[in-house]
Design a protein around this ligand. Structure first.
Ligand code: ADP
Ligand code: MG
Length: 297
């Protein structure tokens, strides 16, 4: 964690009532970073976001905002630059796109600057927009308020790959140009990894893997098999209903080369900027003693 940490947690247990569904979680998001939080259905991703946002009180451990512990509830956190896009689609269907923006105090021009696609549909009731347009509206509304940190929970659920890419591109741009720190829960794992800097993988409420995307890429097939239960090997495949009972060791070898994966190997525009990927950090399971000593721990 650095001075740049916008959002994070240390030793966090989170859950409902007295039942922890997330345990001993350490996670952080820095300024200008896009971080993907992955895991099978029920792994605890939404619970984590709710707790980081101040919507659920932690059962143990600390939530951090700007590097400092916070217990502030969500409405206060939102005033100081947090934006949370929840799993539920939050546009008001009976109002037009323009009215939705107005209600949120967002100038139409700010929204269409982010998503010119919204221009022709501004006067249409949000309920008559496509799923993609609704989520562009949601994202425009969130980003136009210039948050410092953005939590996005399954922004692209059920949307076509081209729309998923469009939404993730907008998040990447917000991070790159405005320094927004983004924590993204995404079922489209391969798409998310094209746009993210780092990744955390949760399995049954525990962190099983973390590292820069560059390190995770080569193990993606194995990670999916072990922890994601194939949830997003293909963009439109429905989620499995249960997580794997037992975590499986992730081998270091290259991921299985299916035709699908090879197709998926193209990079996003601008993805060649190697600077985006922090290579210093290693995946936890691969950390050597020398690394740990070098890191002073
Ligand atoms: N409101 C709730 N009350 C009790 N248990 C819940 C509640 N919401 C989620 N859970 C449980 O917490 C676990 C993690 O859920 P969740 O964080 O929604 O997972 P994910 O977002 O990774 O799919 C699941 O076992 C789920 O059944
Ligand atoms: Mg969820």
């Amino acid at each position: 964690m650095t001075m740049d940490t916008l959002l994070g947690c240390a030793g966090l247990s989170a859950g409902y009532g007295s039942m922890a569904v997330v345990r001993e979680l350490d996670l952080h998001v820095a300024r200008g970073e896009v971080v993907a939080l992955l895991g099978a259905n029920g792994a605890g991703k939404t619970t984590t976001l709710l707790t980081l946002a101040g919507q659920l009180p932690p059962l143990a451990g600390t939530v951090l905002a700007d590097g400092k512990p916070t217990k502030a509830p969500m409405h206060e956190r939102c005033r100081t630059g947090l934006s949370f896009i929840t799993e539920e689609r939050s546009v008001i269907m009976g109002l037009t796109a323009k009215e939705n923006l107005k209600l949120a105090g967002v100038p139409t021009a700010a929204a269409t600057a982010l998503f010119p696609e919204l221009e022709p549909v501004l006067n249409r009731p949000a309920g008559l927009l496509s799923g993609g347009e609704q989520q562009m509206l949601t994202l425009a509304r969130a980003l136009a308020r210039r948050p410092r940190a953005l939590l996005a929970d399954e922004l692209s659920l059920g949307l076509a790959p081209i729309i998923v890419r469009r939404l993730l591109t907008a998040l990447r741009q917000a991070a790159d140009t405005d320094g927004v720190g983004v924590l993204l829960v995404e079922q489209h794992v391969r798409q998310a990894l094209r746009f993210a800097d780092r990744v955390y993988v949760l399995n049954r409420g525990r962190l099983v893997l973390e590292g820069p995307v560059a390190d995770v890429q080569s193990q993606l097939g194995a990670i999916e098999a072990a922890y994601l239960a194939g949830a997003a090997a293909e963009p439109d495949r429905p989620e499995p209903t249960a997580a794997l009972a037992t975590p499986v060791a992730v081998p270091n070898g290259p991921a299985a080369d299916t035709e699908k994966e090879q197709q998926d190997d193209e990079r996003p525009p601008g993805g060649e900027q190697g600077s985006r990927v922090r290579l210093r950090q290693r995946l936890r399971p691969q950390r050597s003693r020398r690394d740990r000593e070098a890191a002073g721990g």
